[in-house]
Design a protein around this ligand. Structure first.
Ligand code: SPD
Length: 607
């Protein structure tokens, strides 16, 4: 190949590399301008989704929280980082190498390790998760970046200027403010911009240490994604992407020794994009009374939240989770700040044993009488002392008929013909439960030997599995990325409505059923308002609206009069007795819980 050919091939190769790196971002940006809401098909240009952001108080509140955290973390990290950089530059400490390594270590420590260690530390100190813990966490990773950037600038700084100023009679403070600081200012500014961009962008660490009311923009985006990708998410992600790219560009220009003017434009644009929504829409009004709800994703329609807010004149913060274990971990870590939670029946048993639930005041729950007695006074909560029934449902398999034919057994999820087209829930009890039923055993088995056999089945299945996912299993199936998915009935009932090729079955070997409840944590800051919420969602019309939107089984008998026959006759939502007879409620397995978790972790980490 000649010189020219080689140059062309290299050019093409670089193009491919850049396309690989940036194609997803280009698609995201393009679809933020797509007129169509539901599909990834281009239907024409619109700015509507950007306009909608200005009406979305949850996004605006999250953006405001992100900015507050980023400003405080940036100020703190820049001051601390600059002071540390000056100290390292001017003095030789004993063990200098070790100290250098230690100060930069947080840059390379895996984020997840940093996140869990911070959470542990805050729990040990008895600190309530919220703004303070988020800011402290951001400071803990940001200081290292500031030290590195300011030190780089100091390395090129000519100290003879300081000596000259001192010789001319300037005191140490004057030398610092009039000579040193202007000299290293580009480095400090670069550090500030980088820290600001990292803070605005951080998800992993923030998700561990945020509490109620401190949801930042990345957490909000992720929580919205769990109810399906929408064009609003594409729009807000695009803004975040452009803003951080501009801030990083400004930081890079300063760091390269460029003049401040070259960095000013991207910095101002980046900050402007983040601040513009507040100029256009104003700051979200602070509410006097706030209710903090922690609930399963795809369980509480935004309209219900808005109706409660309007009726009571309060603001409701909603945070989402996708496993009982996530809920238990949050409550067991200490004062969670949540007022209302949604544990499944077996998690209720654990929470009651640990004294983490507040006894309910039934005189504040007049609409409890709307609930079907079948769902009341169950053995996991006799007399409904702690919980009200919210939703029931089943775990089963949804599948694409055109791809896999008819399915009636868990065997289909182990069929090598469907390699790479199978999705399983990311849930220890559910996956081991499916394997146990396939072996003809109870989903509440506690013996180590049978559990190990179930684990072997899951490991054997692993090469066929495209994803373990409890958050967006319905979207992955709907998009056609998998053909068979283990998942929960209500979300599958929703996709069946959108795509008649999809069907849902409770396998003939049997499966799990669940009864999810609403409860008030013992540490809830607003128990009276929490009771009002519990009662509100048991009103017949409200319960019907929730069932219609989310498609899980409502235990509310009075609500049924408000539901269309298409819902009442849908076997995925209200299964016939003979189907239900094949299901088993998950129970608290006591000490075997740890074994379930260990076996499931081993499955996920097995090669
Ligand atoms: N996305 C909501 C799913 C609700 C599932 N609830 C209970 C599961 C019990 N394993």
């Amino acid at each position: 190949m000649g010189e020219r050919g080689r140059a062309r091939a290299l050019g093409l190769w670089s193009l491919l590399v850049y396309a690989f790196l940036y194609a997803p971002l280009a698609v995201l940006t393009a679809f933020s301008f797509n007129r169509e809401r539901l599909t990834a098909t281009w239907r024409g240009f619109t700015l509507d989704w950007y306009g909608r952001l200005l009406e979305n108080t949850q996004i605006l509140t999250a953006l405001r929280n992100s900015l507050v955290v980023a400003v405080v973390a940036t100020a703190g990290a820049t001051v601390i980082g600059t002071a540390a950089a000056l100290a390292f530059h001017r003095h030789r400490f004993r063990q200098q190498g070790t100290l250098d390594g230690l100060v930069t270590l947080p840059i390379v420590i895996p984020e997840i390790a940093m996140a869990s260690s911070l959470l542990l530390l805050f729990a040990a100190l008895g600190m309530r998760l919220g703004f303070t813990t988020v800011v402290l966490a951001h400071l803990s990773f940001a200081v290292s970046y500031a030290v590195v950037l300011v030190r780089a600038r100091l390395a090129g700084f000519d100290r003879s200027l300081e000596e000259a100023a001192a010789d001319l009679g300037a005191g140490p403070a004057r030398v610092f403010f009039q000579v040193t600081l202007p000299g290293i200012a580009p480095g400090i500014l670069a550090a500030a911009l980088l820290v600001f961009a990292l803070s605005i962008d951080d998800y992993v660490i923030t998700s561990f240490v945020a509490g109620v009311g401190s949801t930042t923009l990345p957490l909000q985006i992720y929580s919205m994604v769990r109810s399906g990708i929408s064009p609003e998410i594409n729009a807000v992600s695009t803004l975040l992407l452009v803003a951080t790219a501009l801030l990083l560009l400004a930081a890079w220009r300063l760091e390269q020794g460029g003049r401040a003017r070259g960095a000013a434009l991207p910095a101002v644009l980046g900050l402007g994009i983040l601040g513009a929504p507040f100029v256009l829409a104003g700051l979200p009004a602070p509410a006097d009374r706030v209710l903090n709800v922690y609930i399963w994703s795809a369980y509480l329609p935004p309209e219900t939240v808005r109706a409660f807010e309007a009726r009571e004149g309060v603001r409701v913060n909603v945070d989402l989770y996708d496993s009982n274990e996530a809920l238990l971990a949050k409550l067991q870590a200490g004062t969670s700040g949540y007022d209302v939670i949604c544990p499944s029946n077996y998690a209720v048993e654990i929470l009651v044993q640990q004294g983490l639930l507040r006894p309910l005041d039934h005189s504040l729950l007049p609409h409890l009488s709307n609930v079907d007695p079948f769902y009341l006074d169950r053995d996991f909560d006799p007399g409904n002392r702690y919980t009200t029934p919210y939703f029931a449902g089943t775990t089963g398999i949804a599948y694409r008929r055109s791809r896999v034919g008819d399915v009636d057994s868990w065997d289909a999820l182990w069929d090598p013909r469907f390699a790479g087209r199978v999705l399983m829930l990311d849930d220890a009890r559910e996956t081991l439960g499916a394997a146990l039923r396939r072996l003809g055993l109870s989903v509440n088995t506690v013996g180590e030997a049978p559990l190990r056999r179930a684990q072997r089945l899951l490991i054997e299945q692993k090469p066929l599995v495209k994803a373990y996912d409890s958050a967006s299993f319905k979207d992955t199936l709907l998009a056609g990325d998998v053909w068979l998915a283990q998942g929960w009935s209500g979300e599958f009932a929703r996709v069946i409505d959108l795509d008649p090729d999809i069907a849902y079955v409770i396998p003939k070997e049997g499966s799990t059923a669940f009864l999810d409840t609403l409860a008030i944590p013992a540490s809830a800051p607003h128990p009276a308002l929490a009771h009002q919420f519990l009662d509100f969602v048991m009103e017949a019309e409200v319960a019907a609206e929730i069932c219609l939107a989310m498609r899980y089984t409502t235990p509310n008998r009075a609500a049924r009069a408000h539901l269309p026959s298409a819902v009442l006759d849908n076997p995925a939502i209200f299964p016939p007795a003979e189907t239900l007879a094949r299901t088993e409620l998950l129970r608290d397995v006591g000490d075997a819980t740890v074994l379930y978790d260990r076996l499931w972790t081993e499955v996920k980490t097995a090669r």
